[in-house]
Design a protein around this ligand. Sequence first.
Ligand SMILES: [Zn+2]
Length: 68
Amino acid sequence: MKCPTCNRPVEWDDNPFRPFCSERCKLIDLGRWVSEEYRVPGKAVTPEPVEDDETQRGSEANSSESKL
Ligand SMILES: [Zn+2]
């Protein structure tokens, strides 16, 4: 078995990062997956939904419209 990230042989015994050879490769693969997720068309990065913004919505809408 080879590491999906660096293609080096993976130590399977007592390896908490399987199928990766190391924590670093695991994080690299995870980061790659996350960045691809963000690149999906239609899934453009949007601001986090803000709770309790009913009172702010009016002013925010006005400011964003003025930028357009
Ligand atoms: Zn690796």
